[in-house]
Design a protein around this ligand. Structure first.
Ligand code: TRP
Length: 329
């Protein structure tokens, strides 16, 4: 059985893009692998969040993960800051991380350019902390989006360098988790290609039905097909992508035919999409709300997760210390 580690920064709520693009796949991934899901609250410190927001965000993420079907009986769910072993490994890895390679990481350059007043050392060493997260469990695979691929590549470099420097074959070189299919990219309803937080075009799992109706109603369309069987422009194809995701086959067939014979009415299409999104999100929203109101249960999940994660982390750290020469006289 392979070890898979997945990390998420606790910033804001999850949207349909996260749900279809990642979460649903994670639920399947946990059946066939030994999975660790952790909340990277230390990573969120690079932007100096308000201390009162940390727990709000942690709670949102964990409630949403559990609501979507990540199962604490099957997987280990924990919070990074509950596993101090990660910080120690981060220290060791930093001794071998080179200033130059950290400074030329795409995410670092990007953030340094956008926030020139807050270029802190934590931001520079973000990839080392991420490598510590992964290597502390000696994970085989990590599900990563495009924006995190370079960090995973650096983790492999750090692992290889450590092995080479200490002349051991200790750390594995983690590879991207392969879902066996291309991940679905959920489009934005504002005509942009992607649903994303920074795009400001999200339908959140916790959105009320009224809010969903409003968002879908505002989706951009054109003046409609003028010739039978014509190709769909991207903004219309985007709407059909939603239809394929949330609506059943009959409904899909109906609207495809309506498109092809030019009888389609976008108002009806949107109404249908909104209705079927609401069907998907309502049970999720209800579970999220229940979980958010149950601190005792969430704390229990986090405590048990931390205990399991620490057991494995402590074992790694003990071995790493020995390799590096920290041992009994
Ligand atoms: N950097 C990741 C992100 O921004 C979160 C993360 C932190 C992570 N540590 C990780 C992801 C380790 C995978 C493995 O989304």
């Amino acid at each position: 059985m392979k070890t898979v580690l997945s990390g998420i920064r606790p910033t804001g709520n999850l949207h349909l893009g996260n749900y279809y693009g990642a979460l649903l796949n994670f639920v399947r991934m946990q059946q066939e692998n030994k999975c660790y899901f952790f909340i990277a609250d230390w990573h969120s410190l690079t932007t100096h969040p308000d201390p009162t927001m940390i727990n709000v965000n942690v709670k949102n993420v964990i409630a949403e993960y559990l609501a979507a079907g990540i199962n604490p009986e099957v997987s280990t769910i924990y919070r990074q800051s509950d596993v101090p072993e990660v910080a120690e490994l981060y220290l060791y890895l930093n001794m071998h991380a080179r200033m130059g390679e950290l400074a030329k990481t795409a995410s670092f350059k990007d953030k340094a350019r956008k926030n020139p007043d807050n270029v802190n050392a934590g931001l520079l060493t973000y990839p080392t902390l991420m490598a510590a997260d992964i290597l502390i469990h000696n994970a085989d695979m990590v599900p990563v989006g495009e924006d995190q691929e370079q960090h995973l590549e650096m983790t492999r470099v750090f692992a290889r360098r450590f092995n080479h420097f200490y002349n051991v074959d200790y750390f594995k070189e983690p590879v991207p988790f392969n879902f066996g299919h291309k991940l679905i990219r959920i489009p934005g309803l504002d005509g942009s290609g992607k649903m994303g937080k920074s795009e400001g075009n999200c339908i959140y799992l916790g959105d009320e039905p009224k809010a969903i109706e409003k968002k879908v109603k505002r989706a951009v369309t054109d003046s409609g097909p003028t010739e039978p069987n014509s190709e769909k422009p991207e903004i219309i194809e985007n709407l059909f992508t939603f239809l394929r995701l949330v609506s059943d086959e009959e409904v899909n067939k109906h609207f495809e035919e309506a498109w092809n014979d030019c009888s389609i009415r976008y108002g009806d299409l949107k109404k249908q999409i909104a209705e079927d999104i609401i069907k998907v999100t309502t049970p999720l929203r209800e579970r999220i709300l229940d979980l958010r109101g149950d601190d005792a249960y969430l704390n229990k999940v986090l405590e048990e997760g931390a205990e399991k994660a620490r057991e494995n982390a402590a074992k790694t750290l003990k071995e790493v210390r020995e390799i590096m020469g920290f041992k009994k006289l």
